[in-house]
Ligand binder design. Structure first.
Ligand SMILES: Nc1ncnc2c1ncn2[C@@H]1O[C@H](COP(=O)(O)OP(=O)(O)OP(=O)(O)O)[C@@H](O)[C@H]1O
Ligand SMILES: [Mg+2]
Length: 295
């Protein structure tokens, strides 16, 4: 049986370490003192009933909202108080539960938005943009380079184009013919693929996905599973929230089960599947995830 409170064996070499993380909304403890890790090449999934705190956990890890307590470290560095841009630069890329793409931008431009924060040659002095009084310096430099260009910025431009093409190629049959189409003209599944491609273009140390198959049919879900397995084979660390248990059980090295803002179980998929606390959380309340039987 898994032990929800035991520290994970791989904490020492963990990529992401979350300790006693807390977030409340006017008295509601959405995330109530949870601790977990994600190893450098590990796929960890968070499952749990609606409202159990999964998305809030991802929002905290990616800096979308601040925590009320606890610590978050990435590669040993404290990111608990960093903003989303810094966390993205540090190597955490995410997608959103409801899907977020820029409707009027093309597929390629949507992917490029994901890389912008990592540009070096095209964005000199970019660290100054965090200083209110000096923000004009990087803005002017960026404008100058955009108009005139430098050998380094032109080289970077070629690298960006290669990254965009590589990510589109990952979804070739789907996104290839739609590279220059505006996102609003895409199918729902292709918008979600574009969002995943944007996150991957950042070449993140940790890919954070919130219900990437929500709203997808069975064959589209199977396609996402294949792509996740490919990423896993490439060594990509993933923190995944997903309701479709078949997918979770197929792709995850470890599964964390949340209920009421707490972790009630964590362990290997087959351990979690048989954990009485997990069965109680779903079946005891007659609410299996996606109607699936956990036992
Ligand atoms: N911005 C917010 N303001 C107030 N309450 C919030 C906010 N965000 C989340 N909550 C509440 O926190 C709890 C956890 O929400 P969260 O979105 O993390 O759940 P979830 O596990 O992702 O659920 P689902 O499976 O439905 O996506 C819920 O009770 C939710 O209503
Ligand atoms: Mg959610």
């Amino acid at each position: 049986m898994s032990d929800a409170t035991a520290p994970q064996a791989q904490t020492g070499g963990a990529l992401l370490t979350v300790e006693k993380l807390e977030r409340h909304f006017e008295g509601l403890k959405a995330v109530d003192g949870i601790s977990f890790t994600v190893g450098p090449h590990e796929v960890v999934s968070i499952i749990g009933p609606n409202g159990s705190g999964k998305t809030t956990t991802l929002n905290l890890v990616t800096g979308t909202i601040p925590a009320n307590g606890g610590t978050i470290t990435l590669d040993g560095a404290d990111i608990g108080h960093a903003d989303t841009a810094r966390i993205a630069e540090d190597g955490v890329a995410r997608t959103f539960q409801n899907g977020r793409v820029f409707a009027t931008l093309s597929v390629a431009d949507n992917i490029e938005v994901g890389i912008h924060s990592t540009l070096r040659a095209s964005r000199p002095f970019r660290r100054l943009s965090r200083m209110f009084l000096l923000r004009w310096i990087p803005l002017l430099a960026e404008l100058y380079i955009a108009i005139i260009g430098t050998p380094a910025s032109r080289r970077e431009r070629r690298e960006i184009d290669a990254t965009i093409s590589a990510e589109i190629e990952r979804f070739e049959a789907r996104l290839g013919p739609r590279r220059d189409d505006p996102a609003y003209s895409l199918s729902y599944a292709n918008r979600r693929r574009t969002e995943i491609a944007r996150a991957l273009a950042l070449k993140p140390k940790l890919l954070v996905l919130d219900e990437p198959t929500a709203g997808m049919n069975q064959s589209e879900t199977a396609e996402v599973l294949r792509q996740l397995l490919e990423l896993k084979a490439e060594g990509q660390a993933i923190l995944l929230v997903e309701h479709k248990l078949d997918l979770v059980m197929s792709v995850s090295d470890r599964v964390i089960v949340m209920d009421g803002g707490r972790i009630i179980a964590q362990g290997r998929p087959e351990q979690v599947r048989r954990d009485p606390a997990v069965i109680e959380a779903y079946l005891g309340r007659r609410r299996g995830l996606g109607g699936e039987d956990l036992v």
